[in-house]
Design a protein around this ligand. Structure first.
Ligand code: ZN
Length: 133
């Protein structure tokens, strides 16, 4: 673990401790306040962070390290091959999951953690846009 920077470690820890990462909570609380009702649990592939039933919208909040965000991802300096294999596998799975969900009629939204930190209202709008389509 000590090969990770502090921020990478916090992404890592938030991932391990479950889906209740802070940016995700901020996003859904904002939506809740606006009157949108979502579910946290589902049997869906890829375990979306939260879903809306009508219309069917699945929202994923992706951590910048584990999902290789283009803005913040830094290749780990040690055990590079090990980490990259793991992370690339995550990314490939993300794509597969999104594709499968879309094929079964879900609208899929993936939001980077940093997008919520930088501009929460814009993220709320993206969810709203999908819900109102
Ligand atoms: Zn990022």
């Amino acid at each position: 673990m000590d090969v990770l920077t502090a921020s990478q470690r916090s992404f890592c820890m938030s991932r391990i401790s479950g889906s209740n990462t802070k940016p995700e909570i901020r996003l859904r609380k904002s939506l809740w306040r606006l009157g949108y009702r979502y579910r946290l649990k589902s049997d869906l592939i890829g375990k979306p962070d939260f879903i809306f039933v009508t219309p069917q919208v699945a929202v994923f909040v992706d951590g910048c390290f584990w999902h290789k965000c283009p803005k913040h991802f830094v290749v780990p300096k040690t055990r590079t091959e090990f980490w990259m294999k793991k992370i690339n596998k995550n990314c490939e799975r993300d794509r597969q999951v999104s594709q499968e969900l879309k094929q079964s009629g879900w609208r899929v939204l993936r939001i980077w953690e940093h997008e919520i930190k930088e501009n929460l209202p814009a993220c709320v709008e993206r969810v709203e846009a999908l819900l109102s389509q």
